[in-house]
Design a protein around this ligand. Sequence first.
Ligand SMILES: [Zn+2]
Length: 356
Amino acid sequence: MRNIDIILTVDYEIHGNGKGKFEDFCYRPTEMMLDIANKFNAKITFMVEMEHYFAMKKQPKIFKDDITLFEKQLTRAISEGHDVQLHLHPQWLNAIYKDGIWKFPYTAKEIALLCNDYKLAYDRVKKAKNWLENNLKIIDINYECIGFRAGYFQMQPSFNITRALLDNGIICDTSVAKGMYRNNDSVGKIDYRSVNSEFYPYRALLDDVSKEDKSSSLIEMPIFTLRVNKIIRKLKKTLNIKDKTHKISYTVSKIQRSKVPLQVNPAGKKVINKLMNKRWDFHGYQYVDFCIGYPHKMIKVITKIAKKFDQDSPIVFMGHSKDFIFANHFRMFLEQIEVRTGYSIKTLRSAIRKYY
Ligand SMILES: [Zn+2]
């Protein structure tokens, strides 16, 4: 019988603009996650943002406690059989800590630094991979850093970063999310609309990770995205048009006339505002965040798509330690997976070895 390998990846980081405390946004929620996961023998994969750590290391006195917690937690995760793989936000490279806050340029240019400079990408990946392997092989001799997620999903232009990964022995990228599209905004351009599948791994073309190249040595494990319903899609489409207020009321009344039950109540307005403030669009797709999502919804999604599979397949879910608020939801999700056959929770590392 075919098996679905659920890969729970957690971006282990504070906010991209440098705001937030490491202890509150990474350490504490992660301790809670590990405690719950261990009860079910479920293995989590932490995509650890190493540039923040290296920035803290430049201020060892100020960040003494955070550095200790960081190292302690990664050691704990590996010793309990979880996984740690690499995540990099290059905007941290020029970070300065002054008057109690981090300051750094936070522009599309900084976010895409590793995509536009092979030497820099090679050096940063090497430094981070070496750190992880030197420190974590002591705990687990089989540990290896072979998976990567780009900060802000920024893997385009792909030419430099894909080669820098492969030249460092990193053979898997998990940054691409089907449907995702950003253009002309402050956080850089990407276009993952033409990706073949929401979950199937594929060999990625080194010049453009959103395309397949069967001869490539880099495997792409897409972050699972889901087609969102028609109404939200319509609203999102409308929100890209200039006269937003008018268009929204027009669309809503049109939807209402077509007898789709939708009323713009205060909660609805909240959703609309949230959509309007979104800095990028998933073009009809959204990723299913297991740190926020409702367990019954996630189970529904997984069992529905599982029907499509006639062979083993991974599904990469994404979440953030800083968003891990609903501990009960996570527990309920793991309970549901545990009682079902044909599903297992795998680390990214073991999934790469299985599907590569
Ligand atoms: Zn990140």
